[in-house]
Design a protein around this ligand. Structure first.
Ligand SMILES: Cc1cc2nc3c(=O)[nH]c(=O)nc-3n(C[C@H](O)[C@H](O)[C@H](O)COP(=O)(O)OP(=O)(O)OC[C@H]3O[C@@H](n4cnc5c(N)ncnc54)[C@H](O)[C@@H]3O)c2cc1C
Length: 485
């Protein structure tokens, strides 16, 4: 197994559970890849994800290993996802669907029936599509056949195959602010809502109808719990050991070469970015260029601030929108730059879990969308955006935020690239900026090299925690079925 990211851990568990000897080689000194956390001067900061949806895919691994998922403790929080605007408008999307409908109708003048229809449609589409596009291989198409496919095909017109997310949102909602709220879900996989297919509007179901889950010890509990499960299943980990080559003989994998040793193996699953797997580890093999040259998803700049004050008006999940909806995404994807006044997402885990910050203080995680790394001057950009973030937060809260920062750190696309070995710092692999994107992702197995499998955000079904867990499941199903046949 190459890489101990989420999909690497999940794959290792699945195979070890079947009695296969599994060795995981990880370049970093810690498991979990992008899901890790850092403690700095008494503040705990989740370094990557903050929104955990579809916990049932994690539960699946617990069940497989005969463990009770109720031991995975979460914090019950009932508060809303908050949206703030420069003119003082504040929209609170509460936990209950009825209150979401009420809020969008009261504050943004939306028709209640339209909002309800939209949310119902997102739920229906998700339930029809997820079992096919997310849970199955699109490249072993015979696995798709069954009642689910017939059911999904029967609703084809409702997927609006020829519209983009924004076009459909514009049809449903009259207020551009509501459109912007629902366009935001393109960020779940680092895409552009004015290009991504309308089908992705179903993502809103996961946040608004279902609600994200907050693990008791922060997001890192997801990777820590999988690491523990993997060790219990007998998986052997080799940290700080980078794989440098996948050995292939007569079109069949025979092992890997790392910076420390050479190992023989009948199978290799790579959780490494698929483009880098080919470029760096399979230099002599033919590369599937069409698949690898697809447009990459966006990256991010994140500021981690320890703040020596509590702000009751802020909640766990806060969005500070600017009025640049389309321009922000255009600049990121077309100009590979960041808008001068980008929207900000502010996550404060200490709101729900006070032990994440010293008493009376808060741990701020402020994220803005950024382009992939094409050699921009990140030091200058980060400095410029830090000033913007401080001034925007100071305006919103009526305090000089600079004076309240006790400790700080940041992440930028070049750091994402180097820390997680993600090509050009793309967070979610390929973008979904056209309606064929789902079909253009690399399969979870190699069509040319026997014994080689792929799991992680850069391959099918795509980016984000739920999809990475499914990529592991599909890769292992392919491997086990090949083994049997
Ligand atoms: C700032 C940020 C915010 C995010 N927010 C969210 C969110 O809110 N919700 C959500 O669902 N997702 C979010 N994501 C995405 C999420 O983190 C990923 O989708 C998820 O962690 C799955 O990643 P993965 O399995 O592909 O592995 P990765 O985390 O990419 O891990 C791959 C691992 O492979 C290792 N590796 C690579 N090459 C080699 C090699 N040659 N030898 C040995 N080891 C190697 C790397 O070191 C790394 O540990 C966010 C990501 C970031 C960075």
């Amino acid at each position: 197994m190459i890489g101990a990211g989420l999909a690497g851990l999940a794959s290792a568990i699945r195979l070890a559970h079947r009695g296969i000897e599994v060795h995981v080689f990880e370049n970093n000194a810690f498991p979990g890849g992008k899901i890790n956390s850092k403690i700095q001067e008494g503040f705990r900061f989740d370094q990557g994800p903050s929104l955990f949806t579809c916990p049932e895919y994690l539960e699946d691994l617990y069940t497989l290993c005969g463990k009770d998922f109720s031991t995975f403790e979460t914090i019950p929080y009932t508060e809303s996802f908050n949206y703030f605007y420069e003119d003082g408008t504040r929209i609170e999307l509460f936990k209950e669907k009825e209150r979401v409908i009420q809020e969008l109708s009261e504050k943004l003048g939306e028709d209640k029936i339209q909002v309800e229809k939209y949310l119902d449609k997102a739920e229906k589409n998700y339930k029809l599509i997820a079992p096919l596009f997310i849970e199955k291989s699109l490249h072993r198409w015979w696995t798709l056949f069954g009642k689910q496919l017939v059911k999904a095909l029967a609703h084809l017109p409702s997927y609006k195959l020829f519209s983009t997310m924004h076009e459909e949102n514009k049809q449903f909602f009259k207020n551009p602010r509501t459109q912007q709220i629902f366009n935001r879900f393109a960020q779940y996989n680092g895409s552009h809502p004015y290009l991504a297919p309308a089908m992705l509007n179903m993502i809103s179901h996961l946040e608004i109808n279902e609600r994200p889950v907050l693990p008791k010890n922060g997001m890192v509990q997801i990777s820590d719990s999988l690491f523990d499960l993997a060790k219990e299943q007998g998986v052997q980990f080799h940290f700080k050991e980078k794989v440098e080559k996948i050995v292939v003989k007569n079109k069949r994998v025979t092992g890997v070469v790392t910076n420390k040793n050479e190992y023989q193996s009948d199978f290799v699953i790579t959780n490494m970015d698929v483009s880098l797997t080919y470029k760096n580890l399979l230099k002599n093999e033919k590369h599937p260029l069409k698949t690898l040259n697809q447009e990459k998803s966006s990256s991010a700049i994140v500021f981690y601030f320890g703040i020596k004050k509590n702000f009751p008006e802020l909640h766990t999940h806060n969005m500070l929108f600017s009025d640049n909806d389309k321009a922000e995404f255009d600049i990121v994807f077309k100009e590979k730059n960041i808008h001068s006044t980008p929207s900000l997402y502010l996550y404060i885990s200490s709101k729900a879990n006070p032990k994440d910050a010293p008493e009376g203080m808060e741990n701020w995680f402020i994220l803005m969308n950024a382009p992939i790394n094409t050699g921009q001057e990140w030091a200058r950009i980060v400095e410029e955006k830090r000033k913007y973030v401080i001034s925007k937060m100071s305006r919103l809260l009526g305090e000089n935020i600079e004076d309240l920062i006790v400790t700080e750190d940041f992440l930028d696309p070049s750091k994402v690239e180097n820390k997680y070995l993600a090509e050009q710092g793309s967070i979610y692999g390929n973008a979904s900026n056209n309606r064929f994107a789902a079909f253009n992702r690399h399969p979870n197995f190699s069509k040319k090299i026997k014994g080689l499998y792929f799991a992680g955000v850069s391959v099918h079904p795509g980016g984000g925690i739920p999809l990475a867990l499914n990529s592991a499941k599909i890769a292992c199903e392919c491997l086990l079925s090949d083994l049997e046949s």
